[in-house]
Design a protein. Structure first.
Length: 714
């Protein structure tokens, strides 16, 4: 008998096929499941090794033993005529067929269902990475950072002047769309740090560095500037200007022109020029701006006084008016009696800018901001933001504002594009990086968000809550092991403990999770998880789950929040609301009874009474509630919507609009109480009537093409 026939007779081939097919199927399943439980890639490698090792004993056992009606026996002891288990052999054939069928089914499922999803995720990640790389490459070697010029006059009180000259040069160069200029925040982050030019250029990913010094003496100023090729550390150009203070604007213009000439930039417009003003007034303006940019909030009144003096000399000097708005916005405390007074003051200054330079970038930028934040008019704000970006695409403050604006109106892809361009301009601005990461997380691009946050940690490892943000992104990307490592570096104890618990849970380390969770909940002196921000996070997570209809999960989260912070305002309202929506009115009533605010508790009680069928109590209490002239029409509308009386709900929503304005309709429908109203044509008509329908954002035209990509496509 041949070896092949013998292998076949002893079922070795069958066993081998079943083993290999089963092992392959098991590995495919584990590759899907292990990441969900936070198990590292090495876990799968260990399984593969064990299965490979187990193949040899399986084959040996199949060769040595034969299955008979009496069980397994050595092949040498089997009588082929009487002891062979024919039925068992057929059963084994069926097992082979079933395993192979399962393998083929999983292969088809993986190929046609899982594969496209994986491919889409890979494409998304690579698209984000390619977008960033394309922006870098589109500028070629046309990138520069203007480092703070050194004050060598010996008077520290003149620091504002040298910083101001640097910033003015930076602002001039940033108006050249063909040049990528690093923002002030990033450039000034290296001030007095003793970091060499090559390191700065490498960290900021720029090809050129402009540095220099400033000395003032009486009415004379000496400015030395030098342009350096960061790759070779060689000076491309250097010049010293020793002139009257009146010539400071000409000096700035000449330096800008030399940079353009040395970098061989082909301009598609005129070379930008400094705006002229009396030199003494200019010095006061620089001093005021230095106060704001350096965060000397106790000196804001001095900055305001200096700007007033500048505007006495030139009432239409737009840079001073622009800085005055920044001063007003930065005030805390009693400078303005109320927020409305502060907003009125800002509007007044913005109106002066519109008169002084109508259609200029500062005018358009402030009108966009007012339309967006003060007037809640995104349709009006969008074209203004679009125009502002056309005029000043490199302004990091503008880019940051537009990023959040686009995210808030649901234009996530556009928000990501703007955010990525912001990261190029301001790579060390931690707040900016957090914004860019946030937008990428909203878009589901977790790997890109993690990459950005890792850069932020490298720039500023001591920044508050940075490791919390990184750990959260890692958790969302199903990388709990790395998330745990990040959370353990979080400085704030409460945030660190909260993050650690979530990571332990997702890692499947349930014993540690339960022990630590129980300890935090039971210790009255342990404030780690009573941090208000942690409770806020829980409320946010709960709200997302309620919106998604995951009421049981929302309740579980809110019960944890109550355990950690039972005195938190409106915590029982949130818990009771989730219980109501989950169809558990009895428990909801108990929660509402614990609500500290009596008015809120009485309002909440109405929902529970109705759902419990205690209609007489409900009608009596609701009647008193409706008759109270101080009660909100929205509250009454919410109750009618909950109990399914849509016509009355719409009637009271109209009363709300008449009393509070159509903006109050924004957000109506979230939280679950209006679920029975959402599909009603009358509600749709109401939103459209008052121009508050969500699809109005979809119709808002907005387009921003970063300058580098615009050039590349031409």
């Amino acid at each position: 008998m041949s070896l092949y026939s013998e292998l076949k007779r002893r079922n070795v081939l069958r066993v081998g096929i079943v083993y290999l097919a089963g092992a392959w199927l098991l590995i495919q399943i584990l590759e899907t499941l292990f990441p969900i439980f936070g198990l590292a890639e090495t876990s799968i490698q260990i399984v593969v090794i064990l299965l490979a090792i187990g193949f040899i004993p399986a084959i040996v056992l199949a060769w040595v033993f034969e299955r008979t009606p009496d069980g397994l026996r050595k092949d040498s002891e089997v009588d082929r005529d009487t002891d062979v288990d024919v039925r068992g052999s057929k059963t084994f054939d069926r097992i082979v067929i079933i395993v192979l069928a399962l393998g083929m089914a999983y292969f088809a499922f993986d190929k046609f269902v899982l594969d496209p999803a994986r491919d889409a995720e890979i494409i998304e990640t690579e698209t984000a990475r390619a977008r960033t790389e394309a922006l870098f490459e589109s500028y070629g070697d046309k990138s520069i950072v203007v480092l703070p010029f050194v004050n060598i006059g010996g008077d520290p009180n003149q620091e504002f002047f040298s910083d101001g000259i640097s910033e003015e040069l930076l602002n001039l160069l940033s108006k050249i769309q063909e040049l990528r200029v690093i923002s002030r925040t990033s450039a000034f982050s290296f001030k007095d740090k003793g970091v060499d030019i090559a390191t700065i250029a490498e960290r900021l990913k720029v090809d050129h560095v402009l540095e220099g010094s400033v000395r003032t003496a009486g009415n004379r100023v000496r400015v030395t500037a030098q342009l350096i090729d960061a790759h070779t550390d060689t000076h491309l150009w250097s010049e010293t200007y020793d002139r009257e203070l009146d010539d400071v604007f000409a000096i700035q213009d000449e330096i800008c022109a030399h940079v353009v000439d040395q970098l061989k930039i082909t301009l598609f417009g005129d070379l930008p020029r400094s705006e002229r003003i009396d030199p003494e007034a200019y010095s006061r303006y620089l001093q005021a701006r230095h106060i704001v940019h350096s965060g000397q909030w106790d000196k804001l009144p001095l900055a305001e006084q200096l700007l007033s003096e500048v505007l006495e000399v030139d009432p239409d000097y737009v840079p001073a008016l622009d800085t005055l708005i920044l001063v007003y916005a930065s005030y805390k405390g009693d400078r303005f009696p109320s927020q409305d007074d502060k907003r009125r003051a800002i509007r007044d200054v913005a109106a002066r800018i519109s008169t002084a330079d109508p259609g200029g970038v500062v005018d358009v930028r402030h009108r966009a901001w007012i339309a967006y934040r003060y007037d809640n008019d995104p349709a009006k704000a969008a074209p203004l933001f679009e125009r502002a970006l056309e005029l000043d695409p490199g302004n990091p403050d503008l880019l940051l504002t537009v990023t959040f604006f686009l995210r808030n109106i649901g234009r996530i892809e556009d928000a990501v594009t703007t955010a990525e361009y912001l990261a190029l301009r301001d790579p060390t601005c931690i707040y900016c990086l957090l914004a860019v990461s946030n937008v990428n997380r909203t878009a589901g691009e977790y790997d890109r968000a993690i990459e950005i946050l890792q850069d932020a940690v490298a720039w500023s490892p001591d920044r508050e809550n940075l490791y919390w943000a990184l750990g959260s992104a890692l958790l969302q990307a199903s990388r709990p092991e790395e998330a745990l490592a990040a959370f353990e570096k979080q400085q704030d104890v409460g945030m660190a403990s909260f993050g650690r618990l979530v990571a332990l849970h997702d890692l499947g380390r349930m014993q540690e999770f339960e022990e630590e969770f129980a300890r935090h909940r039971s210790d009255p002196d342990d404030l780690a998880l009573r941090d208000p921000l942690c409770i806020y996070c829980l409320l946010a997570v709960s709200n997302v789950n309620r919106t998604a209809g995951e009421y049981d999960r929302a309740i579980e989260i809110l019960q944890d929040a109550v355990a950690w912070s039972p005195d938190r305002e409106n915590i029982y309202w949130a818990l009771g609301s989730a219980l109501l929506q989950a169809g558990r009115p009895e428990e909801a009533l108990v929660a509402f009874e614990k609500q500290q605010d009596d008015d809120m508790a009485g309002f909440a009680r109405l929902f529970a009474l109705h759902d419990l069928g205690r209609m007489q109590e409900f009608e009596e209490q609701f009647g008193r509630f409706r008759a109270d002239p101080d009660e909100s029409p929205e509250a009454i509308a919410r109750i009618y919507a909950w109990i399914g009386k849509n016509d009355l709900a719409l009637e009271w929503l109209e009363k709300m609009v008449a009393l509070d304005g159509p903006e109050r309709l924004i957000g109506i429908g979230t939280g679950g109480f209006y679920n029975k109203l959402l599909g009603d044509p009358g509600f749709d008509a109401l939103l459209r009537k008052h121009d508050q329908h969500p699809d109005r954002y979809e119709a808002i035209p907005f387009k921003f093409t970063p300058p580098g990509t615009a050039r590349e496509s031409q």
